[in-house]
Design a protein around this ligand. Sequence first.
Ligand code: COI
Length: 362
Amino acid sequence: MIEFSHEEASRLSDAERAAVLADPGFGKVFTDHMVSIVWTREAGWHDAKVMPYGPISMDPGASVLHYGQEIFEGIKAYRHANGDIVTFRPEANARRLNESAVRMALPELPEELFVQAIEALVRADAAWVPSGDDQGLYIRPFMIADESFLGVRAAERARFMVIASPAGPYFSGGVQPVSIWLSDHYSRAGHGGTGAANCGGNYAASLLPTRIAQQNGCAQVLFTDALTEDTIDELGGMNLMLVHRDGKLITPALNGNILDGVTRRSRIQLAKDRGVEVEERAVTVSEWRDGVANGEIVEAFACGTAAVITPIGQLKSEDGTIVDFGDAAPGALTMSLREELTGIQFGTVADTHGWVHRIVSA
Ligand code: COI
């Protein structure tokens, strides 16, 4: 157990914070505190702090600024009706952070230290956890290489930080069906690349296709495999699932190129618990298109920590609309899967797997 030094801070008045919490949007306003832990090759992890939220200073030679050695996670804290504050499967995020760390040649962080850091920030900023429907505190743990050195090699100094921001639905329209743009020209990942790591570079590469998607009225971009340009990888920031008319779920298998989403994993487990068959395998755009045309594919949704479960209404590309669920979106199974998952997170549905991690007891 590492000791965190703690410096109290308060950036907004109670009334200003209440105004933010009433309509938080996504990722716009940050809480009063942040966590910082330093790593050096000689001393390991040390200097753990809960400190006032604010700008950090860094040497302009820091490797993250030149070679993008950075990884991050997304996890939420939820306020239960009785006032308890919980988070969801933090050890799964801790594990994934370390898998990303290995791929990006960053130091691994002991899992218990990751969980302790989340707990310390949530306790310090408990007043920032919103209580409205579909709201939570979105927590963003991340790690950067901040050794000042321009040679291209893994840095010998890094910093792990946690920041947090009250959040409503990720998409501005709320829990409404979104349109997705098929990226014809750009891929997110190639075999042997960093597609399975949650590193900033993957998102940097998605920004141009995402802008093109937005210019075409779509909220997210769909990436296909770089080789076939038909096999589906994932969306810009979330995994994809299709619902077959027989009730089974179909989702791209973890193929080394896509993110092992905690929401994806949880959704697959919960589906299996209720006897829903889940096929994790290669899925193609052609299969999705033809399946909707012949009535076999009846729903589609995006899943991720930020997106939770968001129904998909249309898939479009330069060639026109590929899939249109029309009035059938949002689908009934999508919404019931969403309610089950958020019910566990908000404490209204039994947590049979022990996924809910209590941080503050009312
Ligand atoms: C998340 O769901 O937490 C993500 O990381 C997706 C995105 C907002 C970057």
